[in-house]
Design a protein around this ligand. Structure first.
Ligand code: FAD
Ligand code: SF4
Ligand code: SF4
Length: 1018
C-alpha cells in the first residue's frame, strides 16, 4: 500500500497571509495556494522548474490593482509576483518562486471591435487565435504570428514582443499596440500610448510614480541617444523590452509602450490592450523550393529576398523527414513531387506572397518561377519547385511545418530536444555563415538537432537533443549557450531573437553594455524592491537583486532524475511532456482536452495531469516507494486483507487528512479518457494510460467508489440483464431507484436496455454467430464476401437497432455478414484502473477474435472508442498479435470497388459529427467516411467539433454531470440546434448520440443508418 504523502513544500506564511488579506479586501478571482496548482504552474516550455508559492487568477483589472497595491504595502514588500498568460515561454519567462498571477483564466474577453477604424480592445488573457476568429467575420486579423497562437495570450505576446513568420512585412507585436492599460506596483491603473510634447510635460509634473517614470525615460532618451543608437541593433528582431531606441515614434511622439512591450512582466501587469488590426489579404501564394543541401537552401534564401516575398522560411531535412513519415505528409505530398533522378531533398524554402490584387500577385510569383526555372540545377541552387495558391491550401503546408517541428519533440530515447539557444537572430545576410558555425558547435558534441528558420528575419530555430536528467549532459547548457552568445556577437546578432530573455537575462549586461545600468534605473523606478518577475531582463540597483543564471535555476531534469529509470519508463509519456502547452488550445471546436476547456483549470489538462504524476512519482521515490512494485502488489493482494486499512484511510480522507495523492486523484478524475491528448499532443502524452496506472495504485490505499464497480462490471453483467430487460429498465426509470443510483451508485441517466435482443434480430435475418466452426462451413463465395461485426456492449445492448442496420446495409451491399459472439472488451475496466481485470478481458477477447482473424475474416467494429481499444489499450495487455479489428469505415472504404449498388440513388447532403477518439487517433478514417458517402452519391461534410462531454460513462457519473453539460454546451449544442443542420447531422459515437438525446432530445443517426436509408430508398 502506498504511504500518505503528508509533507510537501508548504506555502510560506507571509504568502498565505497575503492571500488571506486579498480575500478580505474583496478579491473576486480565484486564490490557489494548493500544492497541485503550484506544481502545475511550476513549469513552462523551458528546461526549468520553479515551485511558486501559489497562483492567483484575477477576475478583472480591479483584482490586479488589489494585488499590486497590497504588494506595495510595507509588510508585503518581500512578496514576489509573476504575471502569466498561456505559459508557453521557452526560457522560464513566467516562472517564479513567488506568486503567479494568471490572467488567462478570467481576463480573456474581447471588449470592443471597431472595424471602421480597424482596432480592437482586449483583455490581457485573450488568446491570439481567439482574437483572430472573432475578427474574421470583419475580414480583419491581428498580424503578428507565432507558432503557439492557439494558446498564447495577447498579454504574453506583448510582454515577449512576439513575432514569427511574416515579421519582415508585419513587424512585431509592439508594432500593432495602440494603447496599453497597465497596473503598476503601487496600484496605479495607467493608460499609455503615443503622446505629444505638451502631454508629456503635464505628466512629468506629476509627483507620483507615473511622473517619476516619465521624467526618467525622457531624460534618458535625451541624454543617452548616441549610446542608444550604437547599442540597439538595427535588426528586424531588435532588442525587446525596455526598448529605448523606440521611445519616440517616427513622428517624434513619446511612447511608454516601447518600454512596456517585451518587458516580460518585470515592470507592470498588462490588463487591457488596444490593438491595430489589418485586413486579411485577399490572395496568397506559396512557392515551395527544393534543394539538395540545407546550406544551399539557406544561402539561396538570401538571394530570394530580391523577389520581394511576404516571408521566407527554410526547413532542414530532419524536420522535413519527420513530416514525410507522418500522416500530415498526405495533405501536402502533391506539392513536393519526386521525379526520377532527382536528388534527395535536404532543405526547402517556403516563399510566401500575399496581396489584394490577384494579378499583381500572380505576376510576382511567375517572375520568381521563371527565375527558378532558369537557375534550376546550377551548383548551390534549387532543383525544383511547386506553387500553391489559396489560403486553405497554403495553410496545409504551414500546418505540415508546424506539426513537423512539434514532432521533433517526440524523439525516441532519453535525449530530448530542448530550448535554450532556440531563437537566435542575426542580420539575414550573415545567417548562412552563422548557421554553419552554430552547427559545428552542436556537431562537435555529437548532438542531434533539427533546424528551421525565418530566414528573411535572420532567425534560426534549433533545439539540440540533451538528456537533462544526466548531470553531465546538463553542463552542456552553459557550455553551448556561452559559445552561441559569442557567435551571435561575432555575427552581429542576438541570443534572444524571438522568445524573449527569461532565465537567459544573465546575458543582458553583456548585450546592453554601458546601457545596462540605465535599464536598472528604469526597473528601479517601476519596481524599486524587485517584486515583479525578479531576475528577468534587469534588476534594480539594490542589494541582493540579481539576474537569474542559466545554470543556477532548478531544472526539470534535476527533479525527474530523482525518479528511478524503471518507473520513468513505465510513466514515460508523463515524463516526456515538455510543457509546450498545445493542450491549452482555446478552440472549443477542437478535440484537444475537453476537461481543460470545460473548467479552465490547469490541473485539468494533459500538462496538469502529467506534471502532477511526475511530482507524485518523485515524492513516492523520495519516500523509498517503488510505484511499479506497488502496482504489482495491488494486483496480487486479496482485497479483503487490505479492506480495514482502506476503510480507515478513506474515513481519514473524508475528515480532511492531507495526502498529496488525493490532489492527484482529483485531477485524474476530471479526465474524460477521451484520448485526444494521445494523438493531438506533439509528444503523445497519454493521460488515460498513466491515469489508469495511478488509479490502480491509489485504490490500493483507498476504497473505490461504488460507481467504479458498476461501470467496470457493466460489460460482464449486461448479457445476463438483457435476458430480462423489463425489471432493469423499470428500475432505471423509477424515480426512487434513480435517486439511489445518483446518490449512492454515483450514476445518472443510465440508459435502458433494448427489449428486442440482437439475437432475435439476427435470427430473423438468418445470421450466425461467427465462430471458427461456422466459418469452416462457409462456401468459397461466402468466404470471399464475408465480414464479421465485432460487438461492443453499448451498441449491442443499448442500441441494438444500429447493429441490425449495419447487418442490413452490408447485406444490401453484397457482403456475407456474420456477428462475433459478444465478449467484454474491457475498456471501462481500463478507464477505471482495474488493470488486472482489464488484462484478463483483453487476453480472452484477443484469443477469440484472433481465431476469426486467422481464418482471414475481416473484423469490423461499430463504436469508434471501443474498436480503437483493440489497437491502443490492448498493446500493453496482450503479448503477440493484436486483434485486427477495423473501424467500419476503414474496412468499407477499401471495398468500394466490390460493393453492389443500385443504379440510381437519391442524393443527399449530410454533416458528420465524429467521435473524438476516432478523429484524433484514426484521422484518415474521417476522410474514409467521405469517400464512402461520395461513392454512394452523397455529399458529406465534416463538422469541426470539440468533445460532446459524455465520453463513455464520464457524463453518466453524478459528480461529472454539470461538467459534462458544460462541455456539451461549448461546442455541440449550437451545432445540433442550428436550423441549417436539421435532418443532416450524424454522429459516429454511441456516447455522442446519447448525449444529444439527453440534453437536446434529438436522436442523431449513425452514418451507417443514413447509408442504409439511401440504399433502401430505391
Ligand atoms: C513550441 C513553441 C513555439 C513558439 N513559437 C513562437 C513564435 O513563433 N514566435 C514567438 O514570438 N514566440 C514563440 N514561442 C514563445 C511563446 O509562445 C511566446 O513568447 C508567447 O508570446 C508567450 O505568450 P504566453 O501567453 O504563453 O505568455 P507566458 O509564457 O505566460 O508569459 C510570457 C511573459 O509575459 C509575461 N506576461 C504574460 N501575461 C502578462 C500580462 N498580462 N501582464 C504582464 N506580463 C505578462 C510573463 O510574466 C512572462 O514574462 C513559442 C513557444 C513554444 C513553446
Ligand atoms: S501534455 Fe502534450 S501538449 Fe500538453 S504541455 Fe505536455 S507535451 Fe505539450
Ligand atoms: S484524455 Fe481527454 S480529457 Fe483526459 S487529459 Fe487527455 S484530452 Fe484531456
Amino acid at each position: 500500500m502506498i504511504p500518505r504523502i503528508d509533507s510537501i513544500d508548504d506555502t510560506q506564511s507571509l504568502y498565505l497571509d497575503f492571500i488571506e488579506t486579498l480575500k478580505q479586501q474583496g478579491f473576486k478571482g480565484d486564490l490557489n495556494p494548493d500544492y497541485a496548482n503550484r506544481v502545475v504552474l511550476a513549469t513552462d516550455n523551458s528546461i526549468y522548474q520553479i515551485l511558486p508559492q501559489g497562483v492567483l487568477y484575477p477576475k478583472n483589472s480591479e483584482d490586479l490593482v488589489l494585488i499590486a497595491r497590497l504588494a506595495d504595502q510595507p509588510r508585503f514588500r518581500s512578496i514576489v509576483l509573476s504575471a502569466r498568460g498561456g505559459g508557453t515561454g521557452t526560457n522560464g519567462q513566467s516562472l517564479t518562486d513567488g506568486l503567479i498571477v494568471d490572467v488567462s483564466k478570467h481576463m480573456n474577453r474581447i471588449l470592443e471591435i471597431n472595424p471602421d477604424e480597424r482596432w480592437v480592445r482586449v483583455q490581457g488573457g485573450v488568446v491570439k487565435d481567439q482574437l483572430n476568429a472573432a475578427l474574421k467575420p470583419y475580414g480583419l486579423f491581428f498580424a503578428p504570428e507565432l507558432s503557439t497562437s492557439n494558446r498564447a495570450t495577447i498579454g504574453g505576446m506583448i510582454n515577449t514582443d512576439a513575432s514569427g513568420q511574416g515579421s519582415v512585412l508585419y513587424g512585431k507585436t509592439r508594432d500593432h499596440v495602440l494603447e496599453l492599460t497597465s497596473v503598476w506596483l503601487d496600484g496605479t491603473l495607467w493608460q499609455s500610448g503615443p503622446i505629444d510634447e505638451a502631454e508629456l510635460e503635464t505628466i512629468k509634473q506629476r509627483t507620483d510614480r507615473v511622473g517619476e517614470v516619465h521624467r526618467l525615460l525622457d531624460g534618458i532618451q535625451r541624454e543617452r541617444q548616441d549610446e542608444i543608437d550604437t547599442c540597439f541593433p538595427k535588426l528586424n528582431r531588435c532588442l525587446t523590452g525596455y526598448d529605448l531606441a523606440h521611445i519616440r515614434d517616427e513622428s517624434g511622439r513619446f511612447n511608454l509602450n516601447s518600454i512596456l512591450c517585451g518587458a516580460e512582466g518585470s515592470l507592470a501587469f498588462i490588463a487591457e490592450a488596444k490593438l491595430n488590426v489589418l485586413p486579411i489579404p485577399k490572395h496568397a501564394a506559396l512557392v515551395n523550393i527544393k534543394y539538395d543541401s540545407f546550406e544551399a537552401s539557406l544561402r539561396d534564401a538570401q538571394a530570394l529576398m530580391q523577389w520581394q516575398p511576404t516571408s521566407i522560411e527554410t526547413v532542414d531535412s530532419k524536420v522535413l523527414n519527420l513530416a514525410m513519415g507522418d500522416i500530415v505528409w498526405d495533405s501536402v505530398r502533391n506539392y513536393f513531387p519526386e521525379k526520377e533522378g532527382d536528388p534527395v531533398i535536404q532543405g526547402i524554402n517556403l516563399v510566401e506572397y500575399t496581396g489584394d490584387d490577384e494579378e499583381e500577385l500572380r505576376e510576382k510569383v511567375e517572375k520568381l518561377c521563371r527565375h527558378l526555372e532558369q537557375i534550376s540545377g546550377e551548383p548551390g541552387k534549387s532543383f525544383g519547385f511547386s506553387v500553391v495558391y489559396g489560403a486553405s491550401e497554403i495553410n496545409k503546408v504551414w500546418g505540415m511545418r508546424k506539426k513537423a517541428v512539434g514532432l521533433l519533440g517526440n524523439a525516441q530515447g532519453q535525449k530530448r530536444p530542448i530550448p535554450f539557444v532556440e531563437d537566435t537572430a542575426v542580420p539575414p545576410e550573415n545567417l548562412a555563415d552563422f548557421i554553419m558555425a552554430f552547427r559545428k558547435v552542436l556537431d562537435d558534441r555529437g548532438l542531434a538537432y533539427g533546424m528551421f528558420g525565418h530566414v528573411d528575419a535572420g532567425v534560426l530555430h534549433v533545439r539540440p537533443a540533451i538528456d537533462m536528467k544526466d548531470p553531465e549532459q546538463e553542463k552542456l547548457i552553459r557550455e553551448i549557450t556561452d559559445e552561441v552568445v559569442r557567435l551571435t556577437q561575432e555575427y552581429k546578432g542576438l541570443l534572444w531573437g524571438e522568445h524573449g530573455k527569461g532565465v537567459r537575462s544573465e546575458y543582458a549586461p553583456e548585450f546592453f553594455g554601458p546601457l545596462y545600468p540605465v535599464l536598472q534605473q528604469i526597473k528601479g523606478c517601476f519596481d524599486p524592491r524587485n517584486q515583479l518577475n525578479p531576475g528577468k531582463i534587469a534588476t534594480p540597483a539594490i542589494d541582493g537583486a540579481e539576474l537569474l543564471k542559466i545554470d543556477a535555476v532548478p531544472t526539470r531534469g534535476q527533479h525527474d532524475r530523482q525518479i528511478s529509470a524503471a518507473v520513468r519508463e513505465q510513466y514515460d509519456s508523463a515524463m516526456n511532456c515538455n510543457g509546450n502547452g498545445a493542450c491549452y488550445n482555446y478552440d472549443p471546436n477542437d478535440a484537444m482536452c475537453p476537461s481543460w476547456k470545460g473548467t479552465r483549470e490547469r490541473i485539468h489538462s494533459p500538462k496538469g495531469r502529467a506534471s502532477l504524476i511526475r511530482e507524485w512519482l518523485r515524492l513516492m521515490a523520495s519516500r523509498g516507494v517503488d510505484v511499479k512494485a506497488e502496482a504489482e502488489k495491488a494486483r496480487s493482494r486479496s482485497g479483503l486483507l487490505a479492506l480495514p486499512k482502506k476503510i480507515s484511510n478513506t474515513l481519514a480522507r473524508r475528515k480532511g487528512r492531507y495526502d498529496f495523492s488525493n490532489e492527484v486523484h482529483e485531477a485524474m478524475m476530471g479526465c474524460l479518457a477521451c484520448k485526444s491528448c494521445v494523438s493531438q499532443c506533439p509528444i503523445k502524452v497519454n493521460v488515460p494510460d498513466f491515469r489508469a496506472r495511478f488509479l490502480e495504485v491509489y485504490y490500493g490505499r483507498y476504497l473505490r467508489p461504488v460507481k467504479d464497480y458498476l461501470v467496470g462490471s457493466l460489460e460482464f453483467m449486461i448479457p445476463a440483464l438483457s435476458k430480462y430487460p423489463a425489471p432493469y429498465n423499470w428500475a432505471m426509470r423509477n424515480t426512487l431507484v434513480r435517486s439511489v443510483m445518483r446518490r449512492i451508485g454515483g450514476m445518472v441517466d443510465s440508459p435502458v436496455i433494448c427489449t428486442n435482443s440482437l439475437r432475435q434480430g439476427l435470427d430473423q435475418r438468418g445470421i450466425d454467430w461467427a465462430t471458427p466452426e461456422v466459418a469452416s462451413r462457409l462456401s468459397a463465395a461466402q468466404r470471399e464476401r464475408a465480414v464479421v461485426i465485432v460487438q461492443d456492449a453499448f451498441t449491442s445492448y443499448f442500441e441494438t437497432r444500429l447493429v441490425l442496420d449495419l447487418v442490413d446495409l452490408l447485406g444490401k451491399l453484397g457482403f456475407y455478414v456474420m456477428v462475433a459472439p459478444f465478449m467484454p472488451n474491457g475498456k471501462p475496466l481500463h478507464v477505471h484502473g482495474f488493470m488486472a481485470a482489464f488484462d484478463k478481458a483483453a487476453q480472452r477477447n484477443t484469443r477469440m477474435l484472433n481465431q476469426l482473424a486467422e481464418l482471414d475474416l475481416p473484423l469490423v467494429g461499430i463504436d469508434p472508442s471501443m474498436t480503437l481499444t483493440y489497437r491502443q489499450e490492448y498493446k500493453d495487455a496482450v503479448e503477440g498479435e493484436l486483434p485486427p479489428v477495423q473501424l467500419i469505415q476503414e474496412w468499407l472504404s477499401q471495398q468500394l470497388e466490390r460493393v453492389e449498388l443500385p443504379e440510381i440513388l437519391p442524393q443527399g447532403e449530410y454533416r458528420l459529427m465524429a467521435h473524438c477518439t476516432e478523429k484524433t487517433s484514426a484521422a484518415p478514417s474521417i476522410r474514409q467516411w467521405q469517400n464512402i458517402f461520395s461513392a454512394l452519391g452523397q455529399q458529406l461534410d465534416v463538422v469541426a467539433t470539440g468533445c460532446c462531454g459524455m465520453s463513455g460513462t464520464f457524463g453518466h457519473e453524478t459528480a461529472n454531470l454539470q461538467r459534462s453539460k458544460d462541455i456539451y454546451d461549448l461546442s455541440w449544442r449550437d451545432i445540433v440546434n442550428h436550423p441549417e443542420n436539421r435532418g443532416k447531422l450524424m454522429a459516429t459515437g454511441y456516447s455522442c448520440r446519447s448525449q444529444v438525446k439527453r440534453f437536446d432530445d434529438q436522436q442523431l443517426p449513425h452514418p451507417v443508418q443514413v447509408l442504409l436509408d439511401v440504399v433502401s430508398a430505391v
